[in-house]
Design a protein. Sequence first.
Length: 596
Amino acid sequence: MRTTYCGLVSETLMGQTVTLMGWAHRRRDHGGVIFVDLRDREGLVQIVCDPDRAEMFKAAESVRNEFCLKVVGLVRSRPAGTENSNLTSGKVEVLCHALEVLNPSVTPPFQLDDDNLSETVRLTHRVLDLRRPQMQKNLMLRYRVTMEVRKYLDEQGFVDIETPMLTKSTPEGARDYLVPSRVHDGNFFALPQSPQLFKQLLMVSGFDRYYQITKCFRDEDLRADRQPEFTQIDIETSFLNEEEIRAITEGMVRTVFRKALGVELPVYGQLTYAEAMHRYGSDKPDLRVKLEFTELTEVMKDVDFKVFSGPALMKGGRVAALRVPGGSEMSRSEIDAYTEFVKIYGAKGLAWIKVNDAGRGREGLQSPIVKNLHDAAIAEILARTGAGNGDLIFFGADKAKVVNDALGALRVKIGHSEFGRTHGLFDDVWAPLWVVDFPMFEHDEEAGRWNAVHHPFTAPKDGHEDLMDTDPGACVAKAYDMVLNGWELGGGSVRIHRAEVQSKVFKALNISAEDAQVKFGFLLDALQYGAPPHGGLAFGLDRLVTMMTKAESIRDVIAFPKTQRAQCLLTGAPSQVDEEQLRELHIRLRNPSAQA
């Protein structure tokens, strides 16, 4: 029915008659000549309707925004001075010979080029929101990304294999979405948080290179970079070590950026988890921000200032500094605002020192805390941070986690601020990074037990197996994350494939053999049959495309997303079901009024 897309009409079609289909983006009546910007997924083209053709012109007069149209016309040059360099069709227009209204539209609830729409309005009217050019571009880029992923992995010998959506509930760190079974009274399926266990089974089955672009489900508190259902690029291999797995997946991301976005990513940095936390307070540091922590824990152990010496002497405590070059320009109100900001992350406050004249020692400093520090501590602070005239030093002192979270967030906030950008503290570049050598376990102080940092099938570093019995906190895993501009794009590990090592992990996690069999029996049984060494990695497709489009939220790269309250405003899900459906599923609501 059409000869080309609206957005692809260009000088190459000059003098040809084309048939176009699309939507009226805007209609303008200029003294008897009607202009219609006709839009489809590829972009816009200008249609010119002259009154010479009475029937066509009458149809054009009826056109309003979002009418669905068919246009037949001649491609010609635009008049001099009216070209639009932002459009592929910007040098041409289509002189309309025939116009047919395929379907009229009621008045839309908003203009598609309105940039000040609330997200509630956009998600409620998502069908119209998806017509907006930016959303069309986002989803088309998402399509190109998935195609490049598939082509790359196919060339590397990976096989696309589907795994079940209805599966067994297993502990994987977040709440499961449960699906009641009508046939098996009182039993439930779970929607998969990831295909982790099934892809390991596929390795045992001999499919040594597997991938899948698949939906995953987690019932957890939502943020801008989370959804209850999200898409994962899931990859697993056999007979490859950590470095080889990272090389293949790094090659995939490089290829995707090059072919889908036209961007050559720079050389990947690499940090151990311990280094990342020490320097940036985060296991996904944004390397575009040119600020780093300075360790001061040892320096502060003998000062009289209990705010510093207390954490310095505390088991698991930390004192660190963040030097902000040129930061002495900040007003007291700006510093107070940052003080309130770090309290979000558990900090009790934010100590600071302005360096007015570093050469004068204590006399050249401005701060309410200087009087509480002895000369040797002040000298060490200035020496270790490298602070010079005009700099500002912020301090964090508390449990290590609080310091890392608070100062780490402050580092990013300052770096991304107008101050950070104008003072050269931020580089607007792509900054990829591998973070490696994660700890195997983290200690839950309240429960008094060790938990797996990733999952209980992550392999320890060679030579660390015995530490699981003697010192679990010192045990390092064969685990790795790919980080880009402060976002974790993907993470994975080499898996355990030997029964004796798996037993040590379960023992460290205080999981009995009986519990392990109940929760993971099908995997443990399969591992007995000559399981190969294997490992993998999973990328968040939504996050990857969000970064590539520079969207503010992953909801802007998902066709029909949920809100932060896990609701679909378009369809009204989740919704009530009738009593008959509940009876078939053998379910009775404890509080029937909750459905009212």
